[in-house]
Each structure stands twice: as C-alpha cells, then as structure tokens.
Design a protein around this ligand. Sequence first.
Ligand code: ARG
Ligand code: ZN
Length: 875
Amino acid sequence: RAIRLEEYRPSDYLIDRVDLDISLDAHATKVRAMLAIRPNPEGTPGAPLTLDGDELALEALALNGETLAETAYTCQPDRLTIANPPRDAFSLTIETVIDPTANTKLMGLYRSNGVYCTQCEAEGFRRITYFLDRPDVMAVYTTRIEAAREEAPILLGNGNPVAAGDLPGGRHFAVWDDPHPKPSYLFALVGGDLGSVTRDFVTKGGRAVRLAIYVESGKQERAHYALDALERSMRWDEDVFGREYDLDVFNIVAVSDFNMGAMENKGLNIFNDKYVLASPETATDADYAHIEAIIAHEYFHNWTGNRITCRDWFQLCLKEGLTVFRDQEFSSDERSRAVERINAVRTLRARQFTEDAGPLAHPVRPREYREINNFYTATVYEKGAEIIRMLKILLGDDAFACGMDLYFARHDNEATTVEAFLACFARASGQDLTHFALWYEQAGTPRVVVSSHYDSDKRQYRLDFAQSTPSTPGQPTKDPLVIPIALGLVDHDGGALDHRAEGLSDGVFVLRHSSDSLIFRDVDARPVPSVLRGFSAPVRLSLDLDDTGLLTLVRHDSDAFNRWQAGQNVATRLLTRAARDEGDAAGETATQALAEALGSFLDAQAAQDPAFAALMLTLPPESEIAQEIGKDVDPDAIHRAREALRDTIARALAPRLEALRAIPVAAGPYSPDAASAGVRALRNIALDLLVKADAAGIIEALAAQYDNADNMTDRLAALTSAVHSPTVPDALRQRLLTDFRNRFDDEPLVIDKWFALQSGRAEPDTLAAIAELMQDTAFSINNPNRVRALIGAFAMNNPTQFHRADGAGYDFLADQVIALDARNPQVAARLLTAFNSWRMMEPGRRAKAQAALERVASRDGLSGDVADIVQRTLD
Ligand code: ARG
Ligand code: ZN
C-alpha cells in the first residue's frame, strides 16, 4: 500500500490535450472529457492504459469517437483500464456524472455555500473524471462550463475566457482556454453568484492583465486589501525574481468551506475566505498579514509550482519549500525583516521541530507515503523553506540569483525534481551540493553544541562546534549535515571579523563534520559570541553562555534575531528549571536580571521598534519548554512556571508598561500597515501584562478598550486578556464574551475567534464549555474553519487541557476524529496529528493517550488518511 520514491516510473501514456465540457447541477453534474492521448516514448510499449478514478460513475466511453465495446475495458469507481489501447495517438471521450452536494470530503468538485468549486491537489481531479492523475502528465486544457444562469451567473475556469453565451432553459455557458501545459492537480472551476473587485495590471513586458477577486455577494469591500496584496506580489516577483505573469486574467475566488488555506490553480486561485476577507472591524493585524502572505504564496506558485511543477509527489517541497521561502522574503521586504524572521522561527519551532521530534517525523523529501495528503506538513513547507534559505546563505546572493534564473530557464514547462533544482545551483555557483542535499533526505532536527575557550596568553578565542541528529522513525543513524552558522563576536562587531579567523567568510562558518573548530586571532579579552545569527540553519543550538553573556547580547547584539533569541534563552532556562521544580534563589536573581535587561531594552528601543519590542516581551511558548524537557513532561508544571515568570516580569516592568500603553498609533482611521500594527501589538501586550500584574485601574482600561475599539485587533486583544487572565472578574469576562457573540452573530469568521479563545482556556471546565459551544447555532461540524477554531485550537493550542491528566482531552479528540472521519477524512487526519507529542508525556498521560489512539486505530472503516496517521503515531 505504500508508494515509494525509488519505484517511480514515467507514465506509459501522455495526455497532450484535455477538452472538458461540464454541466453543473447540484446533484448530477455531467462531465465529458475528451483526452488526446499518446504512448509515452519513455514508457512500456503496448502497456494497458489505467486511468485513476475516485468514487466515479461512468456514463459513456468512446475511443476515437467510437463507443468502446464493454469487453475492451474494465471500469470501477477508482479505475478505468483499457487492456489494448492503440499503439499511437488516439482520443478518449469519457462521460461521468458526479454529485457535488454529496461531496463532504471537499476534494474534487463540491458546493460551498451554494458555490460550485473544486480542489484537485493532490488527487482530486480523479473525483471529476478518469485521468492519469499524476503531476508529470501535463496537458493543455479547454473547459466549457454550463450552468443555470440564476444559480451561477459567474463561471470561471483556468486560463483565459474565450467564449460565453446564453442557452435555452435559463442556462448559460462560458469557455476557458489555458494555453500553458499543466498537471491535473492545477485544474479548477467555479460557478456561483459572486461579487467581485477588479484592477488592471500591466506587466513589465507590457501584458495587460485583469485582476479580479470574487467573494460572497455583498462582501466586496472586504476584498480590497487582498487585491492590493496581489498587485504588490506581482510587482515584487518581477522586481526580485524577474518573473512575469503569463495570462490575460488572474482570478481569485474565496469560498467558506475549504480544507486548507488556499490553492494555486492556474489563473484561478481558490482561497479559504479566511485568507481573503478583511475589514478593520472583523480582521486583526495578524489576519491582514496572513492574507498578504498567502495571496503572495499562491501567486508565486505561478512560476514555482505551475510553470515548473513536480515530477511526483515526493518532490512536493520543490514547489512548497521554495514558494514559502519566496513568500517569506516578500513579507520581509514589505514589513520588518527581523520581525518576520522571528515569527517564522517561532512557527518553525512550534510546528516543525515538534513534528521532527515525534512519531510523524519525515524527511523534507519523504521516501514513501501511504496518503499524500498527510505530507502537506510543516516539514515539507517550513523546513523546506529553511533549506532554500541556507542555500542562499551558502552560495551568496548573486550565485543564488543565477541559480534561480537557470532553474526557470532550464525547467520551464517541466515536471521536475529536487536533484534538477540543486543542479542549477551547483552549476551557477561552481559548488558541489551533494553533501548539502542530505538536508532533503535526513529527518530530525540537528543539535549543534558550541563551547568557547579563551587563551589570554595567545590572545586566541576558539569556538568548538559539534553536531548530532537524533534518530527518527526509519532512520536510526544520522550523518553530519552542511550547516551554515552565521556568527559574530559582540565586542568586535565594529570591524569585520573574517580576517581574524580562517574558515569564516562573510560572517558565516560552515560546519560540515560532526565536529570542528574556529579560531580567532588577536583577541584582547574574552568576547561574547553571537551564534546562529538570523537563525541561519534550522537546528537546536546549545551555547555555553551564562545569563550575563546572554543579557549582554540582549543589550548589544547587532543582530536583531539574536538579541531576541538571547532573551528567549534566559527565559527558557528559567522555565525549564521551574517546571522541573528546580526553582531556587538563583532563579529569582536571574528573573530579576532578565526583567532589568528587558526594562533597559524597552527604555532604549521600544518606541523605535514597537513590533520587535512586543516580541521581546513574549515568553517562549509552553510547547517549546516541553520540547526542551523532552521526556516525562508535565504540562501543568510548565504552564504554572510560565504564568509565574510572566507575572513576575509584568510586576517588575509595570511602570514602563504603563508608558508603552501610551505610545500613539499613527493618526487617522485604522490602517493594517506593519508600523501601526507594531504599535498595537506592543500596547496590547503591555495591557495583557498589566492585567496579569493586577495593576491599579487596568481592568477598567481593558473594558474600555473592548467597548470603544474601532478595530478587531484592539477589541480581540482586550477580550483575549479577559478570557485568559484569572485577575479579571468573571462577570466582566462573561459580559464581554456575550457581547462579542451577539455583536458578530452574522460573521462566521469572527465567531471562529470566539470559539478558539474559549477552547484555548487553560481551565478545567474548558472541555465542558466546548461541548456546549458545539451546540451553538454558529458551529457546524461540516465547516473546516469552525472545526479548526473550536476543536483544532483545543488540541493544538491548549496543552494543559488537551493533555489533561484524566485523559478526557484525548478521549474527546478521539471521538471527534472518529465522527469527522466519515465526512471529511483530511480534516480528521489533521486534527489527529495533535497526538504527535504523546510519547513525551509523563507515564500516566502517555498511557491514556495510547488508549485513545488505539481506540481510533481499532475502528472499522477508517479512512486511509486517518489510518495512516494513527498507525504512524502509535508505531
Ligand atoms: N498547494 C497548496 C498551497 O500550499 C496547498 C494544497 C494542499 N493540499 C492538500 N491536499 N493538503 O498553497
Ligand atoms: Zn503552496
């Protein structure tokens, strides 16, 4: 049942052209596909032709226009086989009928809020028609779509619109033509009654492009920010990567039922409406930033993913890691580079490091899978992006840019591989990247240990490096990786350091062996090392630096990332000790020192860079402390430790926090720009800390902020503090929660925030509250956003309650996964990954988690998606 990379073989047949005729109907949509097929010169001559299907019903089949005799083929819902197809080119006409309303898996053609839409990545096209549904079969498509005009006045397809018109009986049609060859996973269509916003864009090369974003009628006002982000993305890709758009139209459609974030279908991106719709009253600054990043991500796929696609699904990181890297660079250019980097690393640690340390760990390019949908992971996406970032650091900006250009030139219109990608960079740089390529093959997060030695007689300073990677499922032993380590010596940052140490180039030391050293000459006094600047490699770093050294970095490091990291390291040390019940007087002194360092940092820099200051004031998340402890974890102890440290710091900084509350946001109406968002972030974290410190008058200030806010960021921040702070009186908390629920009764995306807030409460009655919230009229188990907001947020973001000692959190999630699996296996499987860290727990919880997992595993009729996750999680 497992599919293996080494078993890849080219398809025996190719499909050059696809002509689709799709007549939309709520229950019986007719699909006629005319495929121009020919034997692949690289395949086996005379092989049977086997097309993929999934829950399909065949209505008719013709070869070269002649109905095919029933003896000439066999057909099942999941495959159509023609034993002896012609030896040269032929056409196959296939008619299927599908029920989009009954499609609760949200893969293939389905209806969301009355809108017909599709999702074909990875293997959804086979739910529309029988096909060679693999990314190395690339074809040119035309799509004729027909529907009742009243139900679906808007009909959209891939490529350019070429014809449209009325039909008898109130029906109409549109024809779309996509001249660019593409794999079937990029096919899309939409039919519905939608409103739109549009803009004209002219590419550098002079192509006029009509941009449009389609949303639920009446919500057009909320699509302007996304449209603006799209235009900026298109300009940026021209300026930075030299990539221009290649069709006359670019359409985006927002739908409310969507299994993931968004999808890069050629010329017709389809989005979860959460990542399109925004207004000051309903979206937070973070929502705006996500919209910008995802609009950019999907747009950037036009070149990294669509023009150049993946040979097979093992190569998923080829498009995803690279495209995440590109969207991160875009956001860094549009916003604050340091803040973007810190946020990306926080996400990486929370999601990818956790994945890499658990039973679902896999290489960025996996070697085998049973269900490809389960490999759209933080490892493929986020670690995949880190590999590209390392490549850029190792090669330098110019060689990296040449490598990208070569990749676009060499592989345009191809379905290719990671090897082919790396070969472009090897060629462009003259470097051998064979060893570097191990990053794609080897799972697990490397640990890099650095120790420092100063010899005052020789005036030499030495850094010793050692790397090791823990074993992961299927990979018991590991080899050393190529790890670029950007570093500096803080006392010497004024002048370049490279000449003082052999092996340092542009401030980067490359660790290639299991251990190595770097010697600096002419060093007058023991310096403070700043290692892994900008988080130059996705590793865990241990550095033998005491708190004094770390606090020096907080104050003086020229690298903003490491200034932030140093503060995090001091906090992590304190939290780890406290959670292990090793808190002592030394810990109290260290806490005071941290508070003082943060205080002087705030005095010096908070006003200049509020967004960064807000991050400085944020303690490492509980999940990171759990990772640090690594085994026999007690999530309650971690939670208590973090609360206590935060309260102490809040009290120590209280007067300064009052001052931060007063930093003005730029005058005028709400604007989601990064600078304004940064001020709000700082003011709101100050509010939260003051609430935790029970400062005089702060409860009234919180209530006032909630009541008077003219934007969702400030209103939700006040509500969040109220929900998560024991110092806030119950009556106030209840008043605000009720107000919020009523105020946004007709705003499902806002109610999701309300669900997530309550399901994330670290209180013993949260589970009971969730059971009640599931009865709320706004909740629906059929909508993935609702499920992720209420159930997902509980499982992923509420460690004390999900990992309750009595196992009730595990049982609840197991029940929900089982119930959901029957409707939507992808969403169910994703929820189940919350069990990823179960082996790290103390024995009592571990046993309860195992029992819950075994209960899921023993169910009859599990989907392949859930069966795959539960088996790997238990193995
Ligand atoms: N390619 C899409 C993106 O990253 C995501 C598709 C996810 N598909 C899936 N089956 N999980 O933009
Ligand atoms: Zn993507």
